[in-house]
Design a protein around this ligand. Structure first.
Ligand SMILES: Nc1ncnc2c1ncn2[C@@H]1O[C@H](COP(=O)(O)OP(=O)(O)OP(=O)(O)O)[C@@H](O)[C@H]1O
Ligand SMILES: [Mg+2]
Length: 406
């Protein structure tokens, strides 16, 4: 595959997204992990040997819960196989991912076990939780927490009708950044997701994001022995792949940061990382955004489904700067996920404050317009208006004072 498509970022800037120096990924403290149950665990974990809380399911229960894997319960399809909604005997609704039988080879088996390892050991609000699994001679099935509101790509594509507003998009970006920070700081060895992309971001009914699909996950190097990367076969999805990882095969947490930068661009443009049907200068979305940004065309790059207001454009401008830093060509110029979370918090805080201020301003303007039209109406009818008009004027001022108070 040519570099033209997979290396959208050819810029050489080293934008400082926050004005602060970057937090190093090395020597970071560990985070506590969840306690696990006592079920026997059939595989030797690549992280550490221990039992997990994952339950082992029977084919009878999963077949029963999906109506014999009926089409009506199918909720998705990926490289690994089909995904179904399943009602367990205890009443819980779960998602199950069933490997395609005919395509099950050694490579997939390794992926299956990797995913199982990762999902069963991590526990975070913004990560899809593994509930259990089934492995028989020709069946490999993961049982996962069911996340009911589709994936981020489907929402950006408008499949769900109502477009995501800027506030929700910022919340989603922060949720994903939290999940990745957690993985990168996991125990003494970081976990690198390796397939951060919008179809792997699942949404709850309240639009909280959960990062799914650890099929390409990989255990990173230990942080305490001075090793900064592991050499590995390149895996991931076109358009999100770190160009440095592609050329060197050296994987670090900064490869996820690169993909996260591409994801941010998706979040504020609504576009896929690669759009082959567009004119040639727009096909690699990151480059198109960077070019427009440098030329000052902010309005053109904001997703047309987001209302164009000073606060949405302001947030988008700062998201763009963060995405340029995250997807910098060289990993040394990329911030850590932890640093990215801090930048995102500030963007959201300022966005909400500006939105609130503009809301107050428009409320005041509306109140004053009401007064004017009321005045005009009564005036043209020739009635004496002084009493009513003054009472409404004082209402408007009262409301303005009320809203202005801290
Ligand atoms: N736990 C879940 N809850 C609800 N829906 C899910 C869940 N897991 C996956 N899905 C749905 O199934 C779809 C397919 O998932 P899958 O991870 O197999 O493939 P993908 O992410 O689209 O592509 P790829 O194989 O390249 O990762 C997802 O995009 C999502 O819409
Ligand atoms: Mg997936």
């Amino acid at each position: 595959m040519g570099c033209v498509l997979v290396c959208p970022c050819q810029h050489t800037h080293t934008t400082d997204v926050s004005g602060h120096s970057e937090v190093s990924d090395h020597g970071l403290g560990s985070v506590s992990t969840s306690s696990h149950g006592s079920h026997a665990y059939p595989y030797k974990s690549s992280l550490q040997e221990k039992t997990t809380g994952a339950s082992i399911f029977t084919m009878a229960e999963l077949s029963e819960g999906t109506g014999d894997f009926s089409q009506s319960n199918k909720i998705g399809q990926g490289g690994f196989g089909l995904v179904y909604r399943c009602k367990l005997r205890d009443g819980r609704t779960v998602a199950i991912k069933r490997a395609k039988k005919d395509r099950f080879e050694k490579r997939l088996s390794v992926e299956f076990k990797t995913e199982l390892d990762m999902l069963s050991q991590v526990d975070h609000l913004n990560l899809v939780k593994l509930i259990g699994y089934l492995e028989a001679e020709h069946e490999h099935i993961l049982v996962m927490e069911y996340v009911p509101n589709g994936n981020l790509r489907q929402h950006l594509d408008g499949n769900y009708g109502v477009a995501l507003d800027m506030g929700t998009r910022l919340d989603i970006a922060i949720d994903v950044a939290h999940a990745l920070t957690y993985l990168h700081l996991y125990a003494d060895k970081p976990i690198i997701h390796r397939d951060v992309k919008s179809s792997n971001i699942l949404l709850t009914g309240k639009f909280r994001a959960k990062v799914a699909d650890f099929g390409f996950s990989h255990v990173g190097p230990s942080t305490d022995v001075g090793i900064t990367h592991v050499s590995t076969q390149v895996k991931g999805t076109l358009g999100y792949l770190d160009p440095e990882y592609l050329t060197t095969n050296q994987l670090t947490t900064k490869s996820d940061v690169y993909s996260f930068g591409i994801l941010l661009v998706e979040i504020f443009t609504g576009r896929n990382p690669i759009e082959l049907k567009r004119p040639s200068d727009e096909r690699v979305t990151f480059r198109w955004v960077y070019k427009n940004f440098v030329e000052g065309n902010l309005i053109d790059i904001l997703d047309p489904n987001i209302e164009k207001t000073p606060e949405t454009l302001g947030a988008m401008e700062r998201l763009a700067v963060l995405s340029f830093a995250c997807s910098a060509p060289s990993k040394k110029d990329r911030p850590s996920m932890k640093k990215s979370v801090e930048v995102l918090w500030n963007i959201r805080k300022d966005y909400l404050a500006k939105k609130q201020a503009n809301l107050k301003l428009s409320t005041t303007k509306t109140a004053s317009m009401h007064c004017d039209s009321f005045h005009n109406t009564l005036d043209s009818s020739g009635h004496n208006i002084s009493t009513d008009f003054s009472s409404r004027t004082s209402d408007a001022q009262g409301s303005q004072r009320h809203h202005s108070s801290p």
